[in-house]
Ligand binder design. Structure first.
Ligand code: PGA
Length: 259
């Protein structure tokens, strides 16, 4: 695992957007796994800038989002599709037919979830998966006790996740209690995983994911099984890591070897 501690979230976003743009130059039909939430916005802003000012071309790309609330209309201001349109898709040249979300409504949700898995496979799998992590350790909406082998399915959100996300809702609005999410098994099949976490409220989740035992109670810890995962952190989210100095020395040595 690569544990990268950046001065601030902006430096992390610089790093990840550079990785994505390099991969895109190498593979114009790149398949991206995308996340919502406040954490990845800096990456999306930089990719939009690269498209609008430096010709980065997303026309051959496909995207698969991690999760979506159940029973919200697609254009609802709290749907993740709306979030992605607002923060990313409206600023780049993706073909709308290459944008994918797990199911949010309709009948036969289990079948729709299976179809989503099959669409990912049909596109050749995910090249780069962008991830955040919840303060309870969830990745996607794989809440604590999610099977480490899980696939795309419907999950009930924990009280903690509902509390963390309540800032987006006006008091009288009904907050969705359920969502579809790709599984931990699905995430682990991505070729490369780039997880970002910022701020003190992520400190326990980061500690458990990086240094804890692998446990379904801390879903982020499943990433220890992945051969190409980077944890892109700021000082606050990394502050509980016991080998922090070691991770910094590893990084310095890697940079020295590269230069
Ligand atoms: P956040 O959410 O980026 O808004 O902190 C992350 C997550 O819950 O996965």
């Amino acid at each position: 695992m690569k544990i990268l501690v950046f001065k601030n979230p902006e430096e992390s976003a610089d790093h990840i957007s550079r990785e994505i743009l390099a991969a895109l130059r190498h593979k114009p039909n790149l398949v991206l796994g995308l996340a919502t939430g406040s954490t990845p916005i800096g990456v999306y802003t930089r990719l939009i800038h690269a498209h609008q000012n430096h010709g980065a071309d997303f026309s051959g790309c496909a995207t698969f989002n991690l999760d979506e609330y159940l029973d919200l209309p697609e254009d609802h201001e709290h749907s993740y599709r709306h979030f992605m349109n607002q923060h990313f898709f409206s600023g780049i040249n993706l073909d709308p037919s290459n944008i994918h979300f797990p199911p949010s409504r309709g009948k036969q949700l289990a079948k729709q979830c299976l179809d989503y898995e099959n669409k990912i496979k049909a596109r050749g799998g995910i090249d780069i998966q962008i991830l955040g992590i919840g303060s309870n350790g969830h990745i996607g909406f794989n809440e604590p006790t999610s099977s480490l082998m899980s696939r795309t399915r419907i999950k009930t959100l924990t009280e903690k996740t509902l509390r963390d996300n309540s800032r987006f809702y006006r008091t009288l609005e009904v907050q969705p209690q359920m969502a579809s999410t790709v599984g931990i098994g699905t995430i682990l099949e991505a070729r490369k995983i780039l997880l970002q976490a910022f701020g003190r409220k992520k400190v326990d989740a980061v500690h458990a994911a990086v240094e804890g035992p692998i446990s379904a109670f801390w879903p982020g810890s499943a990433l220890q099984l992945h051969p190409h995962v980077s944890f892109c952190l700021d000082a606050a989210s990394a502050s509980k890591l016991s080998l922090l100095d070691y991770y910094k020395r590893v990084r310095e040595n890697e940079l020295r070897l590269q230069s």
